[in-house]
Design a protein around this ligand. Structure first.
Ligand code: G6P
Length: 476
């Protein structure tokens, strides 16, 4: 009898391949998605389809990689340098990413990008079809790199279960409309049975685009497209709470955290951790921090901004420019405000191992998230989980991050307002311990309950429910 399989599809596989001294290294990803879906794709005949992060040098290497990945239930989709440039750097990160993060002037509407985006989505579709799909299979497609894929698969498999989840925001209809290929993108997504987002706002924007652009009205968060009912719903993503909570309590992490505290003795540590990205509000954060030092000179030699920026997409020009601007501003603030042995900002442009991140979360008095637009933001949830055992620390969270809808006990900021950032930091470092604990306790409850495993469970439950309802309709 044919078994039911779960097929996960995302741009990146949960493993990254790198060539070091002529040897291929298979490096596991620590990302939230990989953790959440880990227990699923590794089971039975389930699989995960995606790009392995490496361009093979020859056919032999391709075969070797394919065989090795098959041991982990992973199916690679190999991309050429041209495809990566047009589909990933181009269409995904120079059109969709800026538009979906309200940065219209950054978008470059190059037709060649569109051609390659379609080509690569088709390649993913072929890789999926090669898996001899049956009606029992459930497909879960992730994120904006694969927006055409739901409909491409639907054309070949009319009744199969397809879920799509978008990890980044969905923009307003006016902004989305600027994309020359907006109709095709919406139709691509409507091939799914469920289109999921982190927030209610995103679902509203998506439904409004369907109405205004495709003339498809909605009722009760669903749209009828090509005679099928497509549900558009909210699934706020969580983290592996227990992993961060228990890691924070290990001896190794406690030791590292104490070292960090000793290094910044008598200073309140304000922590920020992000991928290099203009949507994270890194420049605005630095401006807010500078404003604080100007307004409150008494805080000099009392605080430090520990800022970790993780390298990302550095082949895309806007990311290179952002990095230069961060370097310039950090240099400026440290040179102008620092004195004696005090340096206001400890800045690192690097990837840190999970244990070091955990130690930073434990050591930090304040975690500052200042995204100008963010689908969810998981850093703030990791901070909360790392504080669960002691309940100390304060979270400052941008009201424009999806997480702000859930973590209502944090200090909210408008990240475009330097004064809002400055006064939030001031409030956070002076917050009485009782107040910190009260707020942290409530946030911990939320992050613990709505963890990543809960997220995966409710998504699949809903997909099954929707499919059963569709079947009833068709058999009536
Ligand atoms: C965001 C996106 C993901 C993406 C990740 C890292 O979280 O939602 O789809 O994988 O950034 O970006 P990268 O371009 O390196 O895959």
């Amino acid at each position: 009898m044919l078994k039911k399989r779960t097929i996960i599809i995302s741009n990146r596989l949960p493993i990254r391949i790198e060539k070091q001294h002529d040897t291929l290294e298979f490096l596991p990803s620590e990302g939230g998605l990989a953790t959440g879906l880990g227990s699923i794709y590794k089971q039975d005949d389930n699989i995960w389809i995606g790009w392995p992060g490496y361009i093979p040098e020859n056919e032999n290497e391709k075969i070797l990689i394919t065989e090795k990945l098959a041991e982990f239930n992973l199916i690679p989709v190999f991309l050429t340098a041209e495809e990566l440039e047009g589909y990933y750097e181009g269409f995904s990160n120079e059109i969709l990413w800026p538009i979906f993060h309200d940065r219209l002037p950054y978008a470059i509407f190059d037709k060649e990008y569109w051609r390659l985006y379609k080509q690569v989505n088709q390649k993913f579709c072929e890789a999926t079809s090669q898996q001899q799909l049956t009606l029992k299979d459930e497909i879960w497609i992730h994120d904006y790199q694969l927006m055409l894929l739901p409909q491409m698969i639907r054309e070949q498999h009319e009744l199969i279960s397809i879920g799509y989840f978008q990890h980044i925001p969905f923009p307003s209809e006016e902004l989305f409309r600027c994309i020359p290929w907006r109709d095709e993108i919406l139709s691509g997504l409507l091939g799914a049975d469920i289109v999921g987002f982190h927030t209610y706002n995103d679902t509203k924007n998506f439904l409004n685009s369907c109405l205004q652009i495709l003339n498809l009205p909605n009722t009760n968060n669903s749209v009828i497209s090509r005679d099928r009912q497509v549900f558009v719903e909210v699934f706020p993503m969580g983290i592996d709470f227990d992993k961060f909570d228990s890691l924070a309590q290990t001896e190794a992490v406690q030791k590292k955290a104490n070292e960090i505290k000793n290094q910044f003795k008598d200073l309140k540590i304000i922590l920020s951790i992000d991928r290099l990205d203009y949507s994270k509000g890194i420049i605005e954060r630095l401006q807010g921090f500078e404003t604080l030092l100007q307004k409150h000179p008494e805080l000099r030699e009392q605080i430090v901004l520990y800022m970790l920026v993780v390298p990302s997409r550095d082949t895309v020009p806007q990311y290179k420019a952002l990095r230069d601007e961060i370097d310039r501003m950090v240099g400026h603030i440290n040179a102008v405000y620092g004195f004696n042995s005090w340096t206001p900002i400890a800045y690192f442009y690097n990837s840190f191992p999970l244990e070091n991140l955990s130690a930073l979360y434990v050591a930090a008095d304040v975690c500052l998230v200042s995204s100008l637009k963010d689908g969810m933001n998981l850093v703030c949830k990791e901070y909360i989980a790392s504080k669960a055992h002691r309940l100390d620390g304060v979270l400052i969270l941008s009201e424009l991050a999806g997480a702000a809808k859930e973590l209502t006990d944090s200090i909210n900021i408008n990240p475009y307002s330097v004064d809002s950032i400055a006064s939030a930091i001031h409030l956070a470092i002076h917050m009485p311990v009782d107040e910190q604990r009260k707020r942290m306790k409530k946030s911990v409850e939320i992050v613990k309950k709505f963890n990543v495993f809960h997220w995966v469970k409710i998504f699949f439950n809903r997909l099954r429910e929707v499919k059963t309802r569709q079947k009833k309709h068709t058999t009536r």
